[in-house]
Structure formats: C-alpha cells, structure tokens
Design a protein around this ligand. Structure first.
Ligand SMILES: O=C(O)CCC(=O)C(=O)O
Length: 214
C-alpha cells in the first residue's frame, strides 16, 4: 500500500468566478514510492508508452497535432477529442499505481488518462475545455506535470456561457506538480499550453479523468 502525501497546507487554491483549481508544487517528489518519482516515471513513459501523433483536419487540410499523445483507460473508456475517436491502451503498473494514489488522496475514481508529450517548446495545445459529453462533468481532472516547466493559460469562455469578464491568467507547472481542476471549471473556462520558443527540453503531462460508463 502506498503512503499518500497530500498535506492540505502545501496546496494553493485558485478561485475565480466559475473556476476552482488546486495546485500542489512538486507533489510527486513528496511521495514515498520510488517508481513514482519524476525521473523514474519519465524514463518509463519515454520507453513504454505507444506515443502517437495523429493528424486532424483543420479548414479541410490534415495536419499532425503539435505534440504526441496516448489515451489509456479501463475497457470501454472510449473518448473523442480533436475529432478523433480514441480506444484505450491498457494501464502500465506505474500508471495504475499513480491512479490509485490519486484516487485515495482526492477521494475520487479515475478510470482514464490522457498523456501529452511536448518534445520541445514548439509543441503545444490550443484553447479548449475538457467538456466532452463522454466525461463525467462534475468529476475533478487531475493533471501531473513531468520534465521542463511550462505555462498553462486560462481564460473564461465567452459570455453568456462562461464568465467572460474575468481576466485570463497563467499557471507555471513544474516537474512533479499536481494540478486539480474541479467542477465547474470546464463548463466556464478554457485552457491552453502555448508554445515557448526558448524551451528546448521535453515535458510530459498526464490528465486523469472519469469517463461515463453505463
Ligand atoms: O499539458 C497540459 O498541461 C495541458 C493538457 C490539457 O490541456 C489536456 O490534457 O486537456
């Protein structure tokens, strides 16, 4: 049994109208399991994940997405994002251990995981919300960052659906950080990982989610 460390005092909460985030800097480094230390996880993910760079249609033309990705989940956890239907790859032992640790710490039940690999500062993710109908809307999304630091940008969805007057902001996510996006953030806000030209190093991000299963 792993020994979860989720000291309430070490997180910071960010609340704005329609947005609720919790951020634990260097959370992984505080865990006692050796296989979950950032360097172990990075090595595992680089070697064992079947990374893909699918093409998506933008204005009628096919373009490779500007990053690599992989979708992992329990059987039946199909997910459509960027217009692509994803059938889940199976859990590896370290990723299952991380999921169980997060389930215990946060008191929830993740059943799927989207991995994104930004090979350098040119790889990026555009503005979007994780609000697809397959996702359980009021379930938290837990994001683990590995590798170089990058900024995650937030901005409200345009009014009236969102909270259009709130100012955009950035959150710097470093190696080992845990960010939890609580409901109703995805309903009212967008997020993006913009390119950062001066960054040469790699970042891998893991977002644990809950897909509806019937
Ligand atoms: O890489 C990140 O931190 C953001 C990933 C993301 O936006 C997503 O998985 O929906």
């Amino acid at each position: 049994m792993v020994d979860p460390v989720l000291a309430p005092g070490s997180s910071r909460s960010i609340h704005q109208s329609g947005l609720a985030l919790r951020h634990w800097p260097h959370w992984l480094q505080q865990q006692t399991t050796a296989e979950l230390q950032p360097e172990h996880l990075l090595t595992h993910l680089r070697q064992e994940i079947p990374w893909q760079q699918p093409k998506i249609r933008v204005y009628g033309r096919l373009h490779p997405i500007p990053r690599q990705s992989c979708w992992i989940g329990d059987g039946g956890c199909q997910y459509r994002y960027s217009g692509l239907l994803q059938t889940p790859e199976p859990w590896s032992a370290p990723l299952l251990a991380l999921r169980q640790l997060l389930d215990g710490c946060l008191g929830c039940g993740f059943n799927s995981l989207l991995l994104n690999r930004y090979r350098d500062g040119l790889d990026r993710m555009g503005w979007h919300a994780d609000d697809e109908p397959e996702l359980v809307a009021d379930h938290p999304i837990a994001s683990i960052s590995l590798g170089v630091s990058r900024s995650l940008r937030f901005r409200p969805k345009p009014a009236p659906a969102g909270h259009g007057d709130a100012p955009p902001f950035s959150l710097e996510l470093a190696n080992g950080d845990l960010l939890v996006m609580d409901a109703p953030t995805q309903q009212h806000w967008l997020h993006a990982l913009p390119e950062r030209r001066r960054v040469a190093g790699e970042r891998i991000n893991l977002t644990f989610r809950r897909i509806r299963t019937s």
